[in-house]
Design a binder for this molecule. Sequence first.
Ligand code: GAR
Length: 226
Amino acid sequence: MKKPINVVVVISGSGSNLQTLIDQAAAININITGVISNIASAYGLTRAAQANIPTQVVDHTQFSDRTAFDTALMVAIDSYQPDLVVLAGFMRILTPALTKHYTGRMLNIHPSLLPKYRGLHTHKRALEAGDKEHGATVHFVTEELDGGPNVIQAIVPVADSDTEASLMEKVQEKEHKIYPQAVAWFAEGNLKMEHNKAFLMGEMLPPTGKRLPNDSSLAGTKQANN
Ligand code: GAR
């Protein structure tokens, strides 16, 4: 097995996606070297501390503008020497200087089937539009907000009875499958971004990214590889 890659996870909240990465770190061959939050009370920091992972808070309210915040964030991230930076519920918009610095080595998870519903309130917007399908996407981060090339998506059927809360829960359940999968591919050296396109094992991924089959219960790292 290859040497584990160093991963830094950046959060703003509960950190349930962080938790799945902590739980699967050995299986997917990653070493989470640091967790950074812009919110001091984020529960994800507790999860990291419980797993003995170093943490830092970079509080955006302490900076005069986005550039100053992003500069401090970059210093914090780079202090953990990441091969990959994973945004997991990080709720700040990043400057082009920061996204350029991490080109091809920063992933984000977004609670919609991108390019649908970039930005906030995705579950509400899907319900209001009467969508029959909703979901989550892992994508490479570029300077375009929620606009970098897609890596993998999971679809969630929307039931008539769904509320924002029930939909969020179903989507998060899928997130916890697709994020470890995408990170595993990266750690294996099989996932790359070149010229603003995502490649898996040398093959360009379609605009949707890979699709996690509806009934899949991904346990290993290879199952969505086909
Ligand atoms: C996740 O559902 C993620 O998709 C979303 O925040 C949640 C974080 O949950 N991210 C965004 O909305 C980014 N624009 P978690 O803290 O429990 O992992």
